[in-house]
Every structure is written in C-alpha cells, then in structure tokens.
Write a protein that binds this ligand. Sequence first.
Ligand SMILES: [Mg+2]
Length: 159
Amino acid sequence: MNHIKAVLFDLDNTILDRTRTFDRFTNLFIQNYFQNMESTQDIFNRIIELDQDGYKDTLIQHGKINQLGIRDDFDLIIVSEEAGIKKPDPGIFNMALEKLQLEPKECIFVGDHPVNDIEGAAKAGMETIWIQVNQPWRDEITAKPLHSIRKVGELLEIL
Ligand SMILES: [Mg+2]
C-alpha cells in the first residue's frame, strides 16, 4: 500500500468508541458550559438523545475531538456542520482531497457506515476500509471495501 499518502477517518464509532467515551465527554461538556445550572441531568439526556439521532452540533463534534486529545494528530479535520456538506455526498470527500492536495487513489478512507463512509468515499474514487461496529452491510451497496476490520488497531497490520 505504498501508493497511499493519506488515511482519512470517520470519527464516530471509528476513532471514537462512543460507548466508552461519550458519557465522559458529555459530563465534561456540561461542566464547562452548564455548570451554573441546578440540574444538568436533562441536558445530559438531551445531548445523548441528539447524538443518537445523528444530530451533530459543531461544538459537540469539536468537543469530542478535544476530549480524545487527537487534534494535533491529524493534518486536517473537517466537521461537516462547518463545511456545510456531509457524507455520503462525494463533495465532502473532494473537499478533503483538495485541502490535502491529493488524488483519490492516494487516499484510503476508514469508516463504520456502509453508505455514508464506504459508498460515499468510493464514489469520490477512494479505496476504503470498513470497520464493522454496529452498522449492518446493505445489499444495495455496490462499493467493495478493500478490508473489513473490527478494531482500528487492525489497521497497523494492513497499512
Ligand atoms: Mg461513524
């Protein structure tokens, strides 16, 4: 795989193990922004609910990235709510390619969602790696990931 110059990652359920880190993040978020409120349980519940609905607030997405302490580990971070375009629209993958000054064939995209990540990246011309978490594969998807893995750590053996 030495033609690969960049590995692009989805965040939720790919880099971020949501079940383990999201509660912790939400608690810190509330401490930082809502510390003067008497009861924060409602806010906590609402944040969890919104996140599970797929609602992604820019502040929450950046908060998660900071919480993970990974901001400096990446050359580029795109938050779709800021970009005004979201996966699986190939436009967001093209935006990343443009910013990185790379061709699709020089990149590999790693994500958990068959449509948003695998099909979206494939439509933008990238090879993909599917991380199987809790999104089932769908028969209508024609994209074929190069590999299917269960944990991000398995990438070390592949790349
Ligand atoms: Mg995901």
